[in-house]
Design a protein around this ligand. Structure first.
Ligand code: RP5
Length: 163
């Protein structure tokens, strides 16, 4: 039985050390007024609680899950293995500048998809924007906010002056 509490996006990161980057995803979701929750859960350090959280998130009505990890970054793939919800992966910067995280997140064997974003802050922000775009398919008010966001970005670029 679903216990819909209005939550739409779950943001999971493998370590608290990912938070400085992933706060950009959370800030973006908050800016658009999208109900979200951020948790630290690790694919290899807390596999059981991670699986339990994903099952609970589905029951609570979550529609998109963002998974962020660094190094041997299997978190997003493991999340995707537990759910049919769309999973967006954000590779964290790492000892290898995030290239290891990127490859580990993006190179999913065919069958269990993870939509992988850019390394670091840009990926965190874009994961939130992509989650919002997915939600906006059935929510006209969110689509309108995305249109305004894009228009504002365009205004800023067009008003740039070079001295
Ligand atoms: C990954 O290992 C985490 O997502 C983090 O990016 C990286 C390092 O974790 P800590 O050693 O800082 O906890 O699992």
């Amino acid at each position: 039985m679903a216990q819909d509490d209005g939550l739409l996006v779950a943001v999971i990161m493998g370590s608290k050390s990912d938070w400085e980057t992933m706060r950009h995803a959370v800030d973006t979701l908050a800016k658009f007024g999208v109900a979200h929750e951020a948790r630290v859960l690790s694919a290899h350090r807390t596999p059981g609680p991670l699986a339990d959280y994903i099952a609970g998130a589905e029951k609570r009505g979550v529609e998109v899950i963002i998974g962020a990890a660094g190094g041997a970054a299997h978190l997003a793939g493991v999340i995707a293995s537990h759910t049919l919800l769309p999973v967006l992966g954000v590779p964290m910067e790492s000892a290898l500048k995030g290239l290891d995280s990127l490859l580990a997140t993006v190179q999913m064997p065919g069958g269990i998809p993870v939509g992988t974003l850019a390394i670091g802050k840009a990926g965190a922000t874009n994961a939130a924007l992509l989650a919002i775009a997915i939600l906006a398919n059935t929510r006209p008010e969110l689509k309108q906010k995305l249109k305004e966001f894009r228009a504002e970005q365009a205004r800023k670029i067009l008003s740039e002056t070079l001295t």
